[in-house]
Design a protein around this ligand. Structure first.
Ligand code: TXA
Ligand code: MG
Length: 339
């Protein structure tokens, strides 16, 4: 049976945080909110605790986890070397939606890193995550708290519908703010390399540290992605989704054609575009890219089998947070109808 505890104020609800920290220290799995998405945590130094994460999520074992800590000094205890560029990124962006890939010193269990010599480390910027990490005072391995392959959870209900009965505890801290995961940056090379676009944009990183590369596999150009997780199916809604570039007229025409084929068609789009369309179900994502990022996973989960047979989703400009948005939508989509 999964416990579900609500935290409205991490200072007033210290009892809840303390109880959750005890579970983590005992080797149990605890889902908790971060500023990006909910994470499913376990003691990163405890191999069998960590295997509980893989079991609950159905996650492939070759996909490494991020170790979460509250402070820079705790982070330093997990790595053999902190390059100057990594230090600059930590000082500029953390706590925040940034994960650094650094040389591991072996403190964390081998299944956290999936046997790699590097480890992904992150200092989340969420009061509940911060309090919990401070209270338990251990590195906490935590992937997103969803069944592998499904959209990442941005509310406690998302976690509940995926993992109820499979984990020890869910700490409900309300909806997460940002809605897309952290940016994963490899700091083991000459220049930093973005392995997964996320909450901190490439533009922001470059202001802080100069040139930042992007894993060429992300643009579909060459080779295997360097973040093992980027090669798997991800964020999939229950029904097929087509990502459609171009005008609202183009989307409307596809709706009309597919309805003529007997399909019920759902649309997710910016509020502006959504307003101009007619379909069986329309979910407006807001007006700014930040709103799109924050509501996108919820929308993907909202379209259920039986309600619609097909989802059409508009494309977004690939600047700023738009890079993370488009990366996730391309993975969620079964087809990409380009311009
Ligand atoms: O915002 C986030 O990052 C959320 C919250 C819970 O912190 N976590 C998250 O974890 O998104 P997950 O496991 O869903 O995604 C972690 C990504 C995967 O693509 C994984 O392959 C990559 O980071 N990764 C982790 N450690 C790595 C390493 N040592 N080298 C390369 N990639 C790594
Ligand atoms: Mg994930």
């Amino acid at each position: 049976e999964t416990k579900r505890w609500t935290v409205t104020d991490p200072v007033e609800n210290t009892q809840v945080i303390k109880k959750a920290a005890v579970l983590l220290k005992e080797g149990q799995t605890v889902a908790f909110p971060t500023e990006t998405v909910y994470g499913l945590g376990a003691d990163a130094t405890n191999e069998s605790a960590v295997s509980g994460i893989f079991r609950a999520k159905g996650r492939p074992e070759d996909n490494p986890l991020i170790a979460h800590v509250a402070t820079k000094s705790q982070l330093q205890k997990l790595v053999s070397h902190l390059p100057a560029v990594a230090e600059k990124l930590i000082d500029t962006f953390t706590p925040g939606p940034l994960t650094l890939v650094l040389p591991s010193n072996g403190t964390c269990a081998t299944n956290v890193t999936a046997g790699l010599s590097t480890i992904g480390v992150r200092i989340p910027d969420h009061p509940v995550a911060q309090q919990l990490l401070k209270e338990c005072n251990i590195p906490v391995a935590a992937p997103s708290a969803n069944i592998s392959g499904r959209p990442s959870p941005t509310t406690a209900d998302h976690v509940w519908s995926d993992l109820n009965g499979k984990i020890a505890c869910l700490v409900d801290g309300g909806p997460t703010g940002l809605g897309v995961e952290s940016t994963v940056v490899d700091c083991t090379q000459e220049l930093p390399i973005i392995l997964r676009p996320g909450g901190v944009t490439r533009e922001q990183l470059e202001v802080a540290v100069g040139t930042v590369m992007v894993d060429p596999a992300l643009a579909g150009k060459e080779g295997q992605p360097k973040a093992p997780g980027m090669k798997y199916t991800h964020y999939a809604p229950e029904v097929p989704m087509w990502l459609v570039a171009g005008s609202s007229e183009r989307i409307q025409n596809i709706v009309i054609n597919e309805r003529a084929n007997g399909k019920k068609v759902g649309v997710m789009a910016s509020s502006d575009t959504a307003q101009r369309l007619e379909a069986d179900r329309i979910i407006p994502l807001g007006t700014s890219l930040n709103e799109v990022a924050s509501g996108m996973y919820d929308a993907l989960r909202e379209f259920k089998t039986g309600d619609v047979d097909l989802i059409l989703c508009e494309t977004f400009p690939e600047a700023g947070i738009g890079q993370a948005i488009m990366n996730r939508l391309e993975k969620a989509a079964t087809h990409f109808l380009k311009d």
